[in-house]
Design a protein around this ligand. Sequence first.
Ligand SMILES: Cc1cc2nc3c(=O)[nH]c(=O)nc-3n(C[C@H](O)[C@H](O)[C@H](O)COP(=O)(O)O)c2cc1C
Length: 508
Amino acid sequence: MSDSKRLTLSEWFHQETKYDRRTINLLPRPDFDGQPMPWKQWHSRHPVDLVPYLPFEDFPLGPAEDQEPLDPRSLGDEVRAISRTLFFTCGATGFQQTPEGTQIFRAAPSAGALYPTEVMVVLREIEGLKNGLYAYSVPHHQLVLLYEGVEMEEVAAACWDDPAFEEAKMCVVLTGLWQRSRWRYHDRAYRRILLDTGHVLGNLVHAAGHEGYQAKVRTRFIDSRLQSLLFLDDEEEGALALVPLVPWQSAGVEIRHEESTLEVRSSSATPLAAPPAEDPIVALQRAGELLDDSAAKALAMKPALEEEGHTVFPLKGTMADLSGEFCSISVQRRSTRQFTGASIEAKDLGRVLDFSHRFMRAESTQLLGAGPLLDVHCITQRVKGIDSGHWQYCCEKHQLFLRKAGDHRRSLQEYCLGQDLAGDAAAAVIYTAPLADAVRLLGDRLYRDLHLDSGFLGHQINLACMRLNAGVSGIAGFFDDSLGEFLGLPEGHIVTYITLIGDPMPGG
Ligand SMILES: Cc1cc2nc3c(=O)[nH]c(=O)nc-3n(C[C@H](O)[C@H](O)[C@H](O)COP(=O)(O)O)c2cc1C
């Protein structure tokens, strides 16, 4: 078989990790006794205690009894920004007593509350702190120095000396810990880890902005260099994003040079002769690796949808920002566990779609690596003023284009593994992408970006819904092919993520 006909590793992986109603019950039951801790247990006698910098006083956990944190008076002003940025990005915002102990919920949601995204920061030239790599301890809200001598310049070098690092004294590093999600979700965990990490990035851009910093998200770097700089074993953990934080006054605005294209470094695409011998998650993460000399290719922006005889619904509601409410939204955010089944207003759906997809528009900053490739579908089930049906959303025109009229509540519930939440939702936003063509053009790295970006956008939907007191939840478990067929996806296209929106049950 010629290489062009063979499946790429990304396509094979996606195919292997699809849920199908005929086989889902054959998946091994998760071993709950083998569940890893949702955080790494770092200990330092002299941590950087970040609790005193929080804008409230009742954070329940702080330094352990045997710790003597560094004196806050000896530390530079940036520590306040680090404290608040990390807390509102992924800090411990909910504590629930369970028979097994205290379950900690975080500012960013996570599939199954497994929290496979680990957070570290590289710091330089901050008064009172050594340059180096620090781990963020979520339960104690503190930084622990891991490795002195990990220099920002080396991190920048792993990013082809990206100028974004020049003015940065802080760089957030996000990694994915495979087993933390895989013990439960098997190989499909990789998709969820990427979506979760996208959610964390989705908070980070706002949290940093609130502290006066621009978060310059970088999901492309020279993997082997970065992995060894961070002392990561790629069988267990992989770097997923680097985010230098640059003060707004020196950040500059990253606008796409030509509105019609985006330059992205691409990996090779691995045509498969046989399934990989190694662990599929590790194999795909490796297949997407970028090298010192990985070239940039042009990714064309999608043209706006045209009417072509479709019914068009022009959305009215818009939402330019969160009106300074980000921090309170972040601490109060919870995924909705149950919708009432009541309707939402068309204007509110418009606001949510407008706010969330600003990042996909041609004039937006370059936050997304693959965003222009994603298609945005919207299933309206109970939206006052909008007929029930399957629509496609055009973010450039802020319009919905009707694809299939009708009440699809029961079908959507069935596609979402029978979850009541889907049947009771008022609307669902679904991202899809042309995986086969895109991977052949831009390489296996694209698989990461498609899911990171979907999580990032899904998170904006979460924030917008919270702003409007609407209910919201991500859904990463769905019957891939049935849903793809329902959406009318052409061959080689995949569904990456679903976000449900609706009227939340009080206390749900
Ligand atoms: C990628 C992703 C997938 C999720 N999938 C589901 C799902 O299929 N069903 C569901 O009820 N909740 C789902 N959730 C919500 C999580 O269960 C929830 O985020 C987690 O329990 C933490 O709670 P919190 O979001 O209220 O903080 C998902 C969340 C994420 C980020």
